[in-house]
Design a protein around this ligand. Structure first.
Ligand SMILES: [Zn+2]
Length: 151
């Protein structure tokens, strides 16, 4: 069995089918034009699901390089926010544009306290304190209020 898959049930002929995906295809499924039609009758599937790989440095590099890629159409910030902070920090490096693109997810990470240590919490607080112009305009109001309360 492939590590990453797309599985579906056809609404027309009721066949169930699965196809292998690369990690890249699974991670960016919503933004790629992946053929999901039933191999038996050619109709679109009724029910479908696909693997969601953990976000790693390789996927973040691809995401930074192509602005049309999204990890998920909805709740992208939340799934980035659950990524371990060391991976996000490594992906940002010292690139301000990358920091800007991840700022909203970092605010969510701090708001939901998705950290492994006090050191990570402090790093996030410092980042958010020093880069308010990056996340305040784009984050949801309750996130801004909740983060501000704890900075
Ligand atoms: Zn079918």
């Amino acid at each position: 069995m492939a590590e990453y898959t797309f599985s579906a049930a056809c609404g027309s002929c009721h066949a169930e089918y699965t196809r292998a995906l690369s990690k890249y295809e699974a991670a960016f499924f919503d933004s790629l034009d992946i053929d999901t039609h039933c191999p038996h009758c050619g109709q679109r599937p009724k029910l479908s699901r696909h693997s969601l790989p953990d976000i790693d440095l390789e996927l973040l590099e691809a995401w930074f390089a192509d602005e049309s890629l999204v990890f998920m159409i909805q709740d992208e910030d939340l799934i980035i926010a659950v990524t371990p902070l060391p991976i996000l920090r490594a992906a940002i490096g010292d690139d301000p544009a990358r920091a800007a693109r991840l700022a909203e997810a970092l605010a969510v990470k701090f708001y939901d306290d998705l950290v492994e240590s006090d050191e990570e919490r402090r790093w996030l607080a410092d980042f958010l304190r020093n880069n308010g112009e990056l996340w305040r305009p784009v984050a949801m109001d309750y996130i801004v209020r909740g983060v501000d309360k704890r900075l």
